[in-house]
Design a protein around this ligand. Structure first.
Ligand code: NDP
Ligand code: VSD
Length: 313
């Protein structure tokens, strides 16, 4: 359509990693309702089965292919095998769009982390999506098929605070990968987007709260968050509008506008307003967070002592 510059997923094949729960599942549901063929990948077969069952109930027509595959996406080989399985159901053709939603976080105090916590943080936050893009971009380029790759970062891909030493660097790294690929994949007509969601009440969120330090929880209280459905819709709208960096809540939009660098603006006027608000608001927020962290010092020392951190238990 001449006037319809947006993205219509009807009849397209969309591959969603992490599509069994949370944000990924909400995207899968939304795009199933819009008539897309959906492939989801995650590890747990039970969750995948439940997700597909629910997707079946919102399908628009009987021609829609809705499939699930169990893979861990932590390595390049597995991510490439997952993509192959996903494409095999479509005659080996690359998907029209890839939404890389898979990911998890394990917030903790830095000094209590093991080497494994640090490396796993990078795997669960960065590689799990980077390897999917790595496989998909090669295949789209080889098959000379234009497409879309959408990454999922976090508000913590723009800023960070106590508790997120294993997670925030991974989400910042995804931003750098998306910015690089946004440039480089122009060579093949592949659009690259990256979404920065705030807190979403999901299975992943419940799990991360098990290790999350109290001080981190308190700082996060200022974030009302979004439901996974609201976040999925926000991400979809951003993709529709062709936004490179997508945000769907005010707080993250403020950080986006003030952390933009050379990433394209979404709305010149609104982004300018956000940037001006953030110019004053971020230093005030940062000072208040620093104050709270310092005020937490005594309680924290006691906590570390109880955990045997100082080696004198
Ligand atoms: N919830 C929140 O507050 C926020 C989340 N995010 C990000 O949003 C994305 C979605 O999170 P959310 O919906 O909350 O999390 P969920 O845990 O609800 O969903 C994560 C999905 O990814 C899958 N998954 C996780 N790790 C792997 C892996 N190594 N290989 C394959 N599949 C994997 C999970 O299934 P399975 O475990 O069976 O593999 C599940 O389908 C993540 O990237 C997260 O970092 C960003 C900001 C805030
Ligand atoms: C400009 C001034 C605004 C000040 C308000 C700031 C409030 C703090 C926002 C904390 C947001 C944290 C989201 C974390 C999401 C996430 O990725 C984790 N759940 C891990 O999955």
């Amino acid at each position: 359509m001449f006037f319809n510059k947006g993205w219509d997923p009807n009849g397209m094949h969309v591959y969603i990693t992490g599509g069994s729960t949370g944000l990924g599942f909400a995207v899968a549901k939304l795009l199933t309702q819009k008539g897309a063929h959906i492939s989801i990948v995650a590890r747990d077969q039970g969750k995948l089965d439940r997700a597909i069952k629910e997707l079946q109930t919102v399908r628009q027509n009987s021609a829609q292919i809705l499939k699930a595959y169990s893979f861990s996406l932590n390595t390049a080989a597995n991510s490439s095998a997952a993509l192959k399985a996903v494409c095999d159901a479509h005659g080996g053709t690359a998907p029209d769009a890839v939404f890389a939603c898979a990911g998890s976080s394990k917030p903790m105090f830095f000094v209590e982390m093991s080497e494994q916590d640090m490396t796993e943080g990078m795997t669960a936050g960065y590689w799990v999506q980077a390897w999917t893009a790595f496989a998909a971009a090669k295949q789209m380029a080889r098959q000379k098929r234009k497409g879309k790759i959408v990454f999922v970062s976090s508000t913590l891909g723009y800023m960070s605070f106590v508790g997120y030493a294993s997670y925030s660097p991974a989400k910042h790294a995804l931003r750098a990968l998306a910015d690089t690929l946004h440039s480089e994949l122009l060579l093949y007509g592949i659009d690259v987007h990256i979404f920065f969601p705030p807190t979403m009440e999901t299975l992943g969120y419940e799990t991360e709260n098990l290790t999350k330090p109290e001080i981190t929880k308190r700082i996060e209280e200022a974030d009302d968050g979004l439901t996974p459905e609201q976040a999925a819709l926000g991400m979809f709208r951003g993709v529709e509008k062709g936004e490179t960096h997508i945000t769907a809540d005010l707080i993250t939009s403020l950080f986006r506008a003030s952390t933009r660098g050379s990433a394209p603006k979404n709305n010149w006027i609104l982004d300018g307003i956000y940037d001006s608000i953030a110019f004053f608001a971020t230093p005030i927020w940062r000072r208040s967070v620093n104050k709270r962290v310092v005020a937490h010092m005594d309680e924290h020392r006691t906590y570390l002592g109880k955990n045997g951190f100082f080696g004198d238990t």
